[in-house]
Design a protein around this ligand. Sequence first.
Ligand code: UTP
Length: 297
Amino acid sequence: MKRKVTKAIFPVAGLGTRFLPATKSVPKEIMTLVDRPLVQYAIDEARAAGIKEFIFVTAKGKSALEDYFDTAPELESSLKKSGKTDLLETLRSTYMDSGAIAYIRQHKALGLGHAVWCARRFIGNEPFAVMLPDDVIAAEKPCLQQMVEAYEETGGSMVAAMEVPRDKVSYYGVLDVKEDHGKHVSVSGMVEKPKAEDAPSNLAVIGRYILSPKVMSNLGKIKQGANGEVQLTDAIAAEIEQGRDVFGYRFDGTRFDCGSKAGFLQATVSFGLSRDDLRDELADYLDQLYAHRRAAQ
Ligand code: UTP
């Protein structure tokens, strides 16, 4: 019988250089999309998928992220006194059960693969999810939940995948597709950040994974790859070489790359427009902005 996926690793130890100077003191993962930090979106998505244990791989300078999950008794009593029950609800929804959240340090930013490997003792011999909070996915059914349901059919390891323009493949890990089953594809190889002309397809991996515990052992053995970092992609590709199944999953939803400035701004506008309390004001403002722009052309 397949084991249920109940553990997720959140690698948040990166330097976040694309958001300097903000990331000098603010971890990228608690930057806010409308009014919630990126990490809250990831936690909510993980919970919806049945995740019970949340393992954060953090680094120096990320203590604000750890504090975010603490209870806030003073704030609570102030909201209670003033009868702000909605806000009280919102506040309480950020709390984590005792013992459900763990933090481990990555002492040096040696890459995503290395960050995941740092959490190996929490994983043991179980399948696990990896979620990158700077990939935010707007979807009716949360992306990881879609993947868990598909994984219950396929087993193996599974990565979230989406088609990207050919000239953008060099930003991603790219799948070599063996068989295309529509929603999911079986994979015969994976390449990290290939040149457009060398890419086996334009099906790119984004920040959601369900991995077999064997990937963890592979991570312990592989050397630094593209960009001098230990690449998670290489450890997953090793799974295929060792004869185990790896699948790409074409999720339903829109992915925003909130690790980049343009992606973050797009997500802000899109999430703002999806909110009942903000839609009209924001849409009016955007209309005005466009009207000015057109008039100036
Ligand atoms: P990114 O490639 O976005 O790197 O990492 P980054 O350091 O966060 O940002 P930039 O490129 O300098 O702006 C993808 C994910 O992997 C984690 C990051 O925290 C992010 O969630 N990561 C990356 C680690 O945890 N450790 C690393 O050594 C590298």
